[in-house]
Design a protein around this ligand. Structure first.
Ligand code: ADP
Length: 246
């Protein structure tokens, strides 16, 4: 489903991704863990071209792109590639003057050119799935952070992405609101959605991940099942990191 090879990303002189090779299978959940500043978010943003890699290749679904210094991608290429992904950010970035329902309808109408009625039906179905059908007419400021984040997930799902990308989706939330969001993500994972999740929630990684990637200083130090990485790591860097946060 997703193949990444020899991926490099620099910001000026700072090399943030130093040759990433990674495969992710359709229907599986990959959790990316690692210290702050190690390149996790940059890797995720490369997967939907919010950052353009300097070198390497990414194939995702029907598209294969290769990157090299000086090569410019066409805007149509970027947008066709990006449409395959749904992104959930740390902040929710909802439209403040639209209701939850309207937030979930918006992309379907503007991008997918669906009728209002069709968009509304689908939005209500998805809001139901994330446990917020009864909040459809609320505006973002009338919702808790956890509820807003679930609307954010619903909005991304409404675009029928091949892959859902989550960038620390719970790290801005009060602790008591984290569980509901993780539950929605775990349900999605169990339903066979292909997901890539950057998170510090180790319990989620243990419970939901098919594959855990530990990244440090722009390289993948280790990848394996949760059991391999959490219980049987032979890498000092992984052990040090896990000891610090658990
Ligand atoms: P993580 O998600 O693991 O905390 P990031 O991918 O956010 O790490 O960042 C990795 C490094 O890249 C950090 O040193 C960060 O400061 C730097 N970085 C990230 N985005 C940019 C940017 N747009 N411009 C310059 N430096 C950046």
């Amino acid at each position: 489903m997703i193949n990444i090879s020899h991926l490099h990303k620099q910001f000026g002189d700072l090399e943030v991704l130093k040759g990433i090779d990674l495969n992710m299978e359709k229907g599986k959940t990959t959790v990316i863990i690692g210290p702050s500043g190690s390149g996790k978010t940059t890797l995720l943003r490369c997967l939907n071209l919010l950052e353009i890699p300097n070198q390497g290749e990414i194939s995702l679904g029907n598209y294969e792109l290769s990157f090299s210094p000086g090569k410019k991608l066409r805007p149509q290429e970027i947008s066709a590639f990006r449409k395959q992904t749904g992104m959930v950010f740390q902040g929710y970035h909802l439209f403040p003057h639209k209701t939850a329902l309207e937030n979930v309808m918006e992309g379907q109408i503007v991008v997918q050119k669906k009728s209002k009625q069709e968009a509304r039906e689908k939005a209500l179905d998805i809001l139901d799935k994330v446990g917020l059908k009864n909040r459809a007419d609320n505006y973002p400021h009338q919702l808790s952070g956890g509820q807003q984040q679930r609307v954010g997930i619903a909005r991304a799902l409404a675009m029928d992405p091949e892959v859902m990308l989550f960038d620390e989706p719970t790290s801005a939330l009060d602790p008591e609101l984290v569980g509901d969001v993780l539950k929605v993500m775990k349900d999605l994972s169990e339903e066979g959605m292909t997901m890539v999740v950057v998170t510090h929630e180790m319990r989620f990684a243990r419970d939901a991940a098919d594959q855990v990637i530990f990244i440090d200083d722009g390289v993948i130090v280790e990848k394996g099942t949760p059991e391999e990485v959490f219980e049987h790591t032979s890498h000092n860097r992984t052990r040090q990191f896990l000891n610090k946060i658990e």
